[in-house]
Design a protein around this ligand. Sequence first.
Ligand code: SAM
Length: 206
Amino acid sequence: MEIIEKYFPNLTEEQKRQFGMLRELYTEWNEKINVISRKDIDNIYTKHILHSLAIAKVISFKKGTKVLDVGTGGGFPGIPLAIMFPEVSFTLVDSIGKKITVVQNIANSIGLKNVKAMQIRAEQLPENYDFVVSRAVTDIKTFCSWVWKKIKPKGENALPNGILYLKGGDLTDELSTIPYPRVVYDIPEFFTDEFFDTKKVVYLQR
Ligand SMILES: C[S@@+](CC[C@H](N)C(=O)[O-])C[C@H]1O[C@@H](n2cnc3c(N)ncnc32)[C@H](O)[C@@H]1O
């Protein structure tokens, strides 16, 4: 938990309370439904929560922004971002229902009112969003084919609406397959821990 406060020193008491509850809740839920690899539970604050919050170093979503997390699994990056931005509306979707059960229960347990969790395939979503966030779901080209038309073309944030995808390694080949304007942010610019050495936030502008 200290690592979250190290990089985000202005958390409210409510946010500290919510982040602080996550390790125990995920440990309990993971015993029933596996959403995090067992060895990662011990490092949940770095490998899952702080990693998700790299997106919060790239953009501070304005009040009322609608964000979609596709393939959220156990709630990453959506749950940490929903704690960080309580006035932003988050829809967390996954095609596997039991993962959505975990996400909804964790959101309820920590009192998050800005999260809606849905079992649905990304390709079938009926609504439009300002931003789509994600981690570890599929290659960027396939991902764009699922969600591009669900992103509203305009927006009121400092970055124009688009995709914010957490990725690792060399992305040259993968990004060469898509035509959209992009910025690749190296996470070590924000967080110094070794775990983030090759990790990036890929922003694609709608
Ligand atoms: C490797 S997990 C990543 C989970 C989470 N984003 C994380 O980083 O911890 C990939 C998730 O994407 C979901 N998924 C795969 N294809 C999907 C689709 N078309 N629509 C919605 N969810 C999908 C899977 O069910 C799985 O939970």
